[in-house]
Design a protein around this ligand. Structure first.
Ligand code: HEC
Length: 152
């Protein structure tokens, strides 16, 4: 192998190892995904983390552990892992009176400005980080999750 090839090999190695598709360390990615799906999944994790950091960490914390009795942990949250409609509806519309009655006195604010794509990215990130494993959440799944928000 000539030096040129060695250089090219090294350069490719650098580009591949430093590309922008490195998932956040706290997030899981299933194995054996095909390349295109893996790229999309990773992109949602990365975008989701950015949106989470901007819109959610001041209450739920970077670690997803929440804050004492004020803000619930997202790790192992049933609203996220068992009935994801609750999580999607909470993000979009916040805590409603019905839920507040059963819950703590503190409400989660609505974030109606978030698009369905942004909610899909956030759910993909929080649903697959800190040990949560909900899999990839698409925009069309979010549309379905948001259909019945009146019941929450
Ligand atoms: C001002 C603080 C605050 C912010 C900002 C906030 N939340 Fe919340 N969140 C809460 C509170 C309080 C609750 C509990 C209220 C409830 O269950 O109705 C909650 C509940 C949740 C739950 C349900 C947890 C469970 O198991 O009951 C999820 C999921 C969630 N939030 C995700 C998010 C995401 C994602 C964001 C950002 C887009 C966000 N929250 C922003 C305060 C906040």
């Amino acid at each position: 192998m000539s030096n040129n090839y060695l250089f090219l090999f090294f350069y490719l190695f650098l580009v591949l190892s430093c590309n922008s598709y490195q998932k956040p360390v706290e997030s899981q990615l299933p194995e054996n995904l095909d390349e295109a799906y893996k790229m999309k999944y990773t992109q949602y994790l990365i975008q989701g983390k950015i949106l989470y950091n901007t819109n959610c960490t001041h209450c739920h914390q970077n670690s997803g552990e929440g804050f004492r009795k004020l803000y619930p942990a997202l790790i192992g949250s049933a609203a996220l892992m068992v009935d994801m409609s609750q999580a999607a509806c909470l993000i979009k519309y916040g805590t409603k009176a019905t839920r507040k009655a059963l819950n703590q006195n503190i409400a989660m604010p609505a974030q109606a400005e978030l698009s369905n794509l942004e909610i899909a990215e956030i759910l993909t990130y929080i649903g697959n980080s800190w040990g949560n494993q909900s899999g990839f959440i698409s925009v069309s799944q979010v549309e379905t999750l948001l259909v019945d928000c009146a019941t929450y």
